[in-house]
Design a protein around this ligand. Structure first.
Ligand code: GUN
Length: 292
C-alpha cells in the first residue's frame, strides 16, 4: 500500500508555480492576481478562503479578499461580479460556495466571465471541458487527475467507480477519467444516491473516487484487493478532545480500506491540498493566456 501524498505533491506544484511567477517578474510580465469573494461568516468557507489567499502569497501572486455581508442582495452581488469581470488587473476570481439561501447560486455563476472563471463552474467552461477544448477544469477533479499523472498511475481500460454526482466533483471527474489521454481512457460508472447495490459495483472497481460527504462510508468489505482509492470527503465531525472542537473526516474507513488498497489518499493531506494548488495553476494559466 502506498499513500498518495497530496500535501507533498501540492507543495511541489506550488514551488513550480512560484518559480514560474518569479520568472514572469524577471521578464517584466504581469504578476498573476486572484480574487476571492466570500459572502457571510461560515466557518468552513472562511478557513478554505483563508488557505487560498495564504497560498497566493506563498507563490508570489497578488490576491484580493472581498468579504460581503450575509444580508447582501442578489442584485448587489451581481453588480460586484460585473465589477470584477471588468477589472483588468484580475486574472481570475472565485465566488466561494455555498451562498446564502436568498441568493440564486446558478444566476451568480452564470454572471462570471468564463475567461476569469478559475473555478471552472461556468457552463461554458464545463461544456468546453466535456468536449476536450481549452477551458478551466474545476480544481478538485483537476487535482485528482494531476495526482494520478504524477504518481504515474495507469487508469487506461480500468473500471473506475465514482460515488457522487455533484457538479463540482463527481460529474466532472467521471468525464475526465473517461476522456482520451493520459491519465484517462477509464471505463467509468457514476454512482449516486439512487444507485442500487452500490457495494456490488465498488467490489469490482479498480479505482474508486468517493465524493459523497459521509464519514467512513466506504468499508473494507466494499472494495477488492489492490484497489486505488481517492477520498474526496471533507466532513467536519464534532470532537471535544480536539482543541478546534472538530476533526475532518473522509468518506473512507481509512485504516481498514488501506490494508486492501494499492494506493490510497489520506484525509486530511490527500485531495484537499491538491485542490488549492490547482486553483493557483488555473490562475497562472489565465494570466499566461492573457499575455497575448
Ligand atoms: N465550496 C466548496 N468547494 C468549493 C470550490 O472549489 N470553489 C468554490 N468557489 N466554492 C467551494
Amino acid at each position: 500500500m502506498e499513500i498518495l501524498d497530496g500535501k507533498k505533491l501540492s507543495e511541489q506544484i506550488k514551488e513550480e508555480i512560484k518559480q514560474a511567477v518569479s520568472l514572469r517578474k524577471e521578464n517584466g510580465l504581469k504578476t498573476p492576481h486572484l480574487a476571492a469573494v466570500l459572502v457571510g461568516n461560515d466557518g468552513a468557507s472562511l478557513t478554505y478562503v483563508g488557505s487560498k489567499v495564504k497560498s497566493c502569497e506563498r507563490v508570489g501572486f497578488k490576491s484580493t479578499l472581498i468579504r460581503l455581508e450575509d444580508s447582501i442582495s442578489e442584485e448587489a452581488l451581481l453588480s460586484k461580479i460585473k465589477e470584477l469581470n471588468q477589472d483588468d488587473t484580475l486574472d481570475g476570481y472565485i465566488v466561494q460556495l455555498p451562498l446564502p439561501k436568498h441568493i440564486n447560486e446558478e444566476k451568480i455563476l452564470l454572471a462570471v466571465d468564463p475567461k476569469k472563471d478559475v473555478d471552472g463552474f461556468h457552463p461554458a467552461n464545463f461544456g468546453r471541458m466535456a468536449l476536450e477544448m481549452e477551458s478551466f477544469i474545476p480544481a478538485t477533479p483537476f487535482g485528482i487527475m494531476e495526482m494520478l499523472k504524477r504518481y504515474d498511475l495507469d487508469i487506461s481500460g480500468k473500471h473506475c467507480v465514482v460515488i457522487g454526482r455533484s457538479h463540482i466533483v463527481g460529474r466532472p471527474i467521471s468525464i475526465l477519467m473517461s476522456q482520451k489521454g493520459q491519465p484517462g481512457n477509464a471505463t467509468v460508472t457514476l454512482a449516486h444516491s439512487r444507485t442500487k447495490n452500490l457495494a456490488a459495483l465498488t467490489q469490482k472497481a479498480d479505482i474508486i473516487v468517493s465524493a459523497l460527504g459521509v464519514p467512513d462510508f466506504l468499508k473494507a468489505d466494499m472494495v477488492k484487493q489492490g484497489v486505488i482509492v481517492i477520498d474526496v470527503g471533507i466532513t467536519r465531525v464534532s470532537d471535544e478532545n480536539h482543541p478546534r472542537g472538530y476533526v475532518i473526516k473522509g468518506d473512507v474507513d481509512f485504516k481498514a480500506v488501506a490494508k486492501k488498497s494499492s494506493y490510497i489518499t489520506p484525509v486530511p493531506g490527500g485531495v484537499g491540498p491538491m485542490t488549492i494548488a490547482m486553483l493557483l495553476q488555473n490562475t497562472l494559466l489565465s494570466c499566461e493566456r492573457s499575455d497575448g
